[in-house]
Design a binder for this molecule. Structure first.
Ligand SMILES: [Zn+2]
Length: 469
């Protein structure tokens, strides 16, 4: 366990333009805003080492192998060697890694200015555009046939096609946001046009049956982000169609009905609800997100900040001792709890969110990468005497391999926040912030957590000012 600490530093400097939100269509007042990944650079230390290992892996993954099942599904030739594990051509969630890969490349580019990686991801986006065109005029794009969606709608068994589509939407959106790839947004909007045609034929009752039967990831977050980027109200309405009533209605009443639920299905849906709150300012959405966070963090998380046992919440609140085993705290769940926590921190800048973020990041993300190979963990076993198990580079591609690619590309997104002339330093990670809006650079030098004491070496470069601790 690492020490839980928050340093809130106040920078006295000239007033700057108050940021209105990441994409500019948010309706709520934020108490803290993140910086662009492009404004933060990691300095030497364990976080940068993890990031560099993931950057190497992103370069090593072959583009044609990643595209193989997309091309085959579109009837295009491909002689690439198929990937293994969950990306095998016969596995129903094939293609999910593509979305994570694009997100990771986009964030890695923003974090490092690695032009070669951006160029590689840009080519993949163009190739996906060819696959979408070859699949017809509907806008459908995937590595599996559209009949999988037929099976979702007819309530027949299939392994999470909407979960996979969410990753692809998110990857394309990240390529647009972080790399300025306009074609990526165009492809995502064409997919959304296809999605709308299908959703318009489904009534509310049947939609809820679909959601209850099949994991759908953060589809509501993807459409909320498309609305934020384009202003098209259709997308916000489509986002709400993916809200799962079984999840949200008890939470809105302040009831914990989480027992037996699948954790990595649940958290992304609440992230989508939280995003809807930012864009539509409905108080109910805020209540759902905040109550959910409080229950998971205070009553269903281990001391490491992780949650879940064998992918589910298997007990009543505060009954964790009996849950310790080989398959505790799926890494995807930590990834998603950190995303939600980051959102909630921006709403009110409360220390409890920053404290949790630090605890979970150090104990349950930083520790999940193999320092020799750069490969990543699925579960973090918390029973005594257990061992760590990492993915194979080309033959695993678990869900946590996907979120693992993203985890180590975006450490810079939650070290610093700001609000006008106030700077929040939330994490002791060696880094440099280029606060262009204030004309200053902040350099944080620390060996934490390898050294247990933070030496407060925070240097302010540029404009005259001071930091309070
Ligand atoms: Zn996972």
């Amino acid at each position: 366990m690492v020490r839980k600490t928050l340093v809130a530093a106040v920078l006295m400097a000239a007033a700057c333009r108050v940021c209105n939100g990441e994409f500019g269509r948010e309706k709520i007042e934020f108490k803290a805003r993140p910086f662009s990944l492009k404004q933060v650079r990691l300095l030497d230390g364990p976080f940068k080492e993890n990031m560099e290992r993931t950057r190497k892996y992103l370069h090593e993954l072959d583009s044609d192998r990643l595209l193989h099942t997309f091309r085959l599904n579109a009837g295009l030739p491909s002689s690439a060697e198929p990937l293994g594990g969950w990306e095998s051509p016969s596995v129903e969630v094939r293609g999910h890694i593509m979305g994570h890969y694009l997100s990771a490349c986009a964030m890695m580019y923003a974090s490092t200015s690695d032009e070669k990686l951006k160029a590689k991801a840009d080519v993949i986006v163009a190739e996906l555009g060819k696959c979408q065109k070859a699949l017809g005029n509907s806008g459908y794009l995937s590595a599996f046939p559209e009949t999988f969606i037929d099976r979702v709608e007819s309530l027949k068994g299939v392994w999470a096609p909407y979960y996979t589509l969410h990753k692809i939407y998110a990857g394309l959106i990240d390529m647009y946001v972080h790399c300025g790839n306009i074609q990526a947004l165009e492809i995502a909007e064409k997919m959304a046009a296809w999605n709308k045609v299908r959703l318009d034929k489904i009534d509310r009752v049947h939609m809820q049956k679909m959601l209850n039967q099949t994991e759908q990831g953060g589809m509501n977050e993807a459409f909320a982000n498309l609305y934020a980027l384009t202003g098209r109200p259709d997308y916000l309405a489509m986002s709400r169609r993916f809200n799962q009533d079984r999840y949200t209605e008890p939470l809105a009443r302040g009831e914990d009905r989480l027992k037996s639920e699948h954790v990595n299905s649940f958290i992304p849906n609440i992230i989508g609800t939280a995003r809807q709150y930012e864009l539509a300012a409905e108080p109910r959405d805020r209540k759902i997100a905040e109550y959910f966070w409080s229950q998971v963090v205070n009553h269903r998380s281990y001391c490491t900040g992780g949650t879940s046992n064998n992918e589910h919440w298997r007990s009543d609140p505060d009954q964790l001792a009996v849950q310790l085993g080989d398959h505790t705290q799926e890494s995807c769940c930590t990834y998603n709890m950190l995303k939600l926590t980051r959102q909630l921190f921006t709403w009110n800048a409360e220390t409890r969110y920053a404290d949790y973020y630090e605890r979970a990041l150090y104990n349950s993300i930083l520790s999940t990468q193999n320092p020799r190979t750069g490969m990543m963990m699925y579960f973090v076993p918390l029973a005594s005497g257990r061992w760590k198990m990492y993915n194979l580079p080309y033959d695993s591609f678990w869900c946590c391999t996907g979120t693992g690619l993203e985890n180590h590309a975006k450490y810079g997104d939650s070290i610093y926040f700001h609000n006008g002339d106030t700077l929040f330093v939330n994490l002791f990670i060696a880094s440099e912030l280029d606060w262009k809006q204030q004309g200053v650079r902040i350099r944080q030098e620390t060996a934490f957590p390898e050294q247990g004491v933070y030496d407060k070496k925070v240097a302010l470069l540029g404009k005259i000012g001071y930091l309070l601790f």
